[in-house]
Design a protein around this ligand. Sequence first.
Ligand code: FES
Length: 327
Amino acid sequence: MAVNLYTFRIQRNTPREDGTLETRWQEFRVEAEPTSTVLTALEEIKGHQDGSLTFRQSCRSAICGSCAMKINGRTRLACKTHVADAVKNGIVEIAPQANQPVLKDLAVDIRPFFQRVHKIKPYLQEGDETDTNVGKSAYEQVNHVTQCIMCGCCYSDCTMAEVSPDFLGPAALAKAFRFVSDPREGAKSERLKDLSDPSGMWSCARCAMCVEMCPKDVAPMEAIVKLRTRGVDRDYHDGAGQRHALAFHTDIQKTGHLNEFTLLMRTVGFWGTLAEMGSALHLIKKGKAPSPFPHKAAGHDELKRMYEIIENNPLDVETKADERPPE
Ligand code: FES
């Protein structure tokens, strides 16, 4: 197979004595076949050009999750990414994962990520809700989330983790779904209640980056949506996220329009609204304030009928039955 010359532009991070990092970019030229992986190229650089380059790797088979890093702006497994697929204008740019503290070069401190996973209690608990009848459909509910290898790709590219440091993140929430959906779990309700707090399932902005970047097709956002449905079904309506979703639901059902004038108050309450008064005044000044008078949308009768149909035939958000036997 043809061997090509590629430029690897790598972010080097060197810890200083005062705890800060010195960051710079360094270029390396590497000969590689198009089907070589980015990890192979990094090993070539470390082995023959600069032994001080630091990165994590172990299995080389997309199983251990340790080689997750930013490759041309998106977090991927270096051992699963072909150089030919990663190269852009002749350059492969590599940086450490985002949303995690960098230790050196491409190695990040993975403790914050795993602290979040530990927070959701990643084990079965005894309790009143234990059901020992574990059928095939129960297995199918959790099958896709059990593929998670905890590589952190989803967390690194999560837009909410970037702005909300307490957010549990996609991997921990997908793991939580695995336990909420397991018939043997004895504290499902308690879990859903805990996950309804502001750092939990309602903080997801549904940007779908986690679905796009997961190297194992776990689709964490889908698990988060299912968690939310289960939380609402059990009447956990206390948080801003739940209230926001229910306000949308009520308005659209009633008039077909969102009543943005009262939406903030119904979502974050009086004090939360007061805190946002600066933005509200800005909108009023710019003539962009929503109308305080709700009015019905054209075709609202049709919309009402759709709601009736859905309410009489609840949507099945669970994983569809699969004819294939468990692998
Ligand atoms: S080295 Fe194990 S997942 Fe890449």
